[in-house]
Design a protein around this ligand. Structure first.
Ligand SMILES: Nc1ncnc2c1ncn2[C@@H]1O[C@H](COP(=O)(O)OP(=O)(O)OP(=O)(O)O)[C@@H](O)[C@H]1O
Length: 203
């Protein structure tokens, strides 16, 4: 995947401009930057959830699986049913790797709505495995995870990279995975809008 001269906005306000990087198969890239720097906004653009202001994203279409703060679980389906649902959406039917990768077998028949925050997060991350998509775009993937679950995630991620997948993620946690780091502070967009006139942008 190649990102060239990308500019992105949030709520109509330009946040980043001139972002360029390449993400090769088997590689991980960690986005760094202070709160509000624009990591989530950049990840959402690359995942196709919002359009960039300008610039190019090549090699992402139909190859990206996105996991964000909102896990998007179906609360009235069980863990197994949630994974099967997503697997079908992506044309797969094998959910065993996802159940095992995140130690979800003991929870397989629980309704997703009854899971703890960390368990929900594990299920949200397990979904990536059933998509079969090579580029994982992850926004703070370890939020709510305990040390054991972080280790599970690190191990799954290493497997994904070793199999030729790649990962772009915003995280402050050391995952024990070799990764390049991109500090997006350098790409802060010049604010030339009248913020006083756009309160709605900060709702
Ligand atoms: N709905 C919105 N309207 C206007 N501005 C917004 C909106 N949502 C977020 N922002 C602003 O856009 C900027 C980028 O936010 P973003 O969530 O991308 O940052 P981030 O780097 O992911 O932050 P964090 O580390 O806190 O998660 C921030 O300054 C934020 O306040």
């Amino acid at each position: 995947m190649k990102v060239s001269d990308l500019s992105v906005a949030r709520g109509g306000v330009p946040v980043l401009s001139g972002v360029s990087f390449e993400l090769e198969p088997g590689k991980a890239l960690v986005l760094r930057g202070p709160n509000g720097a624009g990591k989530t906004t950049l990840l959402r653009c690359i995942a196709g959830l919002q359009a960039p202001l300008s610039g190019r994203i090549e090699g992402a279409e139909d190859r990206v699986a996105y996991a964000a703060h909102a896990d998007g679980l179906k609360s009235m389906l069980t863990v197994r049913e949630n994974l099967s649902f997503w697997a079908q959406v992506f044309g797969n039917n094998d959910i065993s790797g996802a159940l095992d990768g995140y130690a979800l077998r003991p929870l397989a028949d629980r309704l997703a709505g009854t899971l703890s925050a960390g368990q929900k997060r594990r299920l949200g991350l397990a979904r990536l495995l059933v998509t079969g998509r090579p580029i994982w775009v992850l926004d703070e993937p370890t939020v709510s995870l305990d040390a054991d679950a972080v280790a599970l995630f690190g191990s799954v991620l290493r497997g994904h990279l070793a199999a030729g997948g790649s990962a772009l993620m915003a995280t402050h946690i050391d995952l024990g995975v070799e990764a390049h780091v991109l500090d997006i502070s350098a790409y802060r967009a010049a604010l030339d809008v009248d913020l006083g006139a756009s309160d709605a942008a900060f709702l």
